[in-house]
Structure formats: C-alpha cells, structure tokens
Ligand binder design. Structure first.
Ligand code: CDM
Ligand code: ATP
Length: 287
C-alpha cells in the first residue's frame, strides 16, 4: 500500500469558448464550453498520516486552510472513508504556480487531484462518477478535472462529453488582476441567451470557434484584461479563459509562441503551454 504520492500534477484548463445559454432557478448559469487541459499547473504532494488529521503544510496567501479547496476536498473524501471504517488522514503540501482568480481552474484542479490522490492512498475505491459527484459540491469546474480528458461541457459545466481538440500551443498572459467569478456571472451586463450549438459545430470548425460571453463583462470591469486581449489579438484569435483574468492565443507551432513570447510587454507575466489530451493522474482510476 502506497503511503506517499509526490509530484501530483494539477493541470490548468482553458475554455476554448464559453457560451452562456441560460440561467437556472438557483442563479447558476447554463453554459456550453470546450475545456482544454494544458501542461502547466500546480503540483501537490501527499503523505498518509496514522491519525485522522488533514494538515496543509504550505501557506497559501489569502486562503486559510479550512477554506482551501484542497482541504475541503480531502474532508469530503475522509467522510466517505469513515463510512468504510477507515482512519484517513494526510499531510498535504502545494507548489502553487497558477494565479488565483485566473480562469485557469487552479483551485478546482487542486481539489480534483486531491480526490484522485487520496482515493488511491486511502484505498476508498470510489469510482470516477462518485468522485465527480463529490467534486461538484466544491465547484462547477471540479468534475471536468476528474473526467480526465478534454470535454464539451453543458449544464453548469458538469455534463461532459469527450471531444477531440486541435494539437495546439498556447501563449497565456496573466493580466495581474484576480477576478471573482461570482461578480462576473451576476453582472447586469452579461448576455445569457447565446444560441445553443452542437458538438459537431465545434468539431467541424476550421478556424477558432465561438466566443467567451464572460469576456466583455470582465474586460469592462478590469481594464488590464482588455489591454492584454488587445495586445495579443495582433497575433491571432486571443480571448479570455473562464471568468478571467487570463488571456490566451493558440498557435500551431512552438516556435511561433516563442517568437511572440519574446515580445510580451514586461508589465505582464506570460508563458507558453501545450495542449494535452488526458489528465496526468487519470491512470489512478484505471485499475
Ligand atoms: C467560469 C468557469 O470557470 C468556466 O469553466 C466556471 O463556470 C466557474 O467554475 P467554478 O469556479 O468552479 O465556479 P463555482 O465555484 O461553482 O461558482 C462560483 C460562482 O460562479 C457562479 N456560477 C458558476 C458556474 C456556473 N455555471 N454558473 C454560475 O453562475 C455562481 O454565482 C457561483 O457562486
Ligand atoms: N487551492 C486553491 N487554489 C486556489 N484558489 C483557491 C484554493 N482554495 C480556495 N481557493 C479560492 O478560490 C478562488 C478562485 O480560485 P481559482 O484560482 O480556482 O480561480 P479561477 O482560476 O478563476 O477558477 P475558475 O476558472 O474555476 O473560475 C481563490 O480566489 C481562492 O479564494
């Protein structure tokens, strides 16, 4: 039985497009989006404890341990372990690389990797769909990371179908602001009536498909987002991911990204990432 899992990746996602098609009675929005995994993310380390303490050994500025999605994910799974009569505790440390409030799904991916790693270490044996149901309690983006591959998402983001996406490189700009997702979704400026599309519309598109309906709202509220989009649009179809703040542009070749990366104004942090097809921890659920 493994007692440690070190260097567990928690990859980021990009929303290749994000359409808001309606609103549920509880205020959550109906979306259509394609979620793309990329080879950049946070890194988590887990060690099983002999007691039932869940301890986060890394400080995360602005995120107390009890509200950290990592700790909350561990506690949800611990409750399942307890039902099985198990004593389940863990020591967890984090290398946080993704910006918070960046639209890259960092916190959600951390939570998903925690569920995958601890389900393995504690031998709780939950299935993928059981973990996805637990994850949805933590946030609309968590089920996607547990799904394990690029997906066309509907519902509030939890109804997922695997989709093939182009082999791409991305240039990502962090505009230096943190966007509260709830503020964007609750804006009176947000349009909520984009006409529903079919997966085949996305798959059959030769060029970049759709738009991000949250972008206009976020860019108006946070001018650095508008500035980053305007700058990156010189090189292609630049757009925002999720509710922002990060902005990305796809390229076919790595050399093209490198060339543009070298010219990004110093005011922004920018990096390149490659599209990946599967979640790097997906193997934990295969056996
Ligand atoms: C914008 C996206 O990142 C796109 O992938 C997600 O829809 C947001 O996912 P998330 O960060 O996991 O979001 P949650 O933590 O579940 O929700 C944050 C807030 O965003 C709003 N929210 C979120 C998802 C959704 N489909 N409709 C919403 O209206 C709700 O007001 C909610 O209070
Ligand atoms: N482990 C965590 N990592 C990052 N943020 C966390 C974590 N746990 C809780 N949070 C809280 O969640 C908020 C949103 O963080 P996150 O980085 O996931 O945003 P995001 O990338 O915009 O996500 P999304 O694309 O899902 O909207 C943070 O501002 C922070 O308060």
């Amino acid at each position: 039985m493994d007692r440690t899992l070190k260097n567990c990746p928690a990859p980021a996602k990009l929303n290749l497009f994000l359409h808001v098609t309606g609103r549920r009675a509880d205020g959550y929005h109906l979306l259509q989006s394609v979620f793309q995994l990329i080879d950049k993310g946070d890194v988590l380390h887990f060690t099983v404890r002999d007691d039932d303490v869940i301890h986060r050994s890394t400080e995360l500025t602005g995120v107390p341990a009890e509200s950290d999605l990592i700790v909350r994910a561990a506690r949800l799974l611990q409750a399942e372990a307890k039902k099985q009569g198990k004593v389940a505790g863990a020591e967890i440390s984090i290398e946080k690389n993704l910006p918070m409030g960046g639209g890259l799904g960092g916190g959600s991916s951390d939570a998903a990797s925690t569920l995958l790693a601890l389900n393995h270490l504690w031998q709780t044996g939950l299935t993928r769909s059981e973990l996805m149901a637990l994850g949805l309690q933590l946030g609309a983006d968590v089920p996607f990371f547990l799904f394990g591959q690029n997906a066309f998402a509907e519902g509030i983001g939890e109804a997922l179908v695997a989709v093939k996406t182009p082999e791409s490189w991305f240039l990502v700009i962090e505009p230096g602001v943190s966007v509260p997702t709830q503020q964007i979704f609750s804006s009176t400026e947000l349009t909520r009536d984009t006409k529903p599309v079919k997966i085949s519309d996305f798959s059959g598109a030769q060029e970049s498909f759709g738009k991000n309906d949250l972008q206009v709202v976020a860019a108006n509220l946070f001018p650095p987002i508008a500035d980053a989009i305007k700058w990156l649009q010189q090189y292609g179809d630049a757009r925002m991911t999720g509710s922002g703040a990060c902005v990305f542009c796809p390229f076919k070749e790595e050399q093209q990204v490198d060339a543009v990366l070298a010219t990004v104004p110093l005011q922004w942090k920018a990096w390149k990432a490659k599209a990946i097809t599967h979640h790097p921890l997906a193997y934990l659920l295969k056996s």
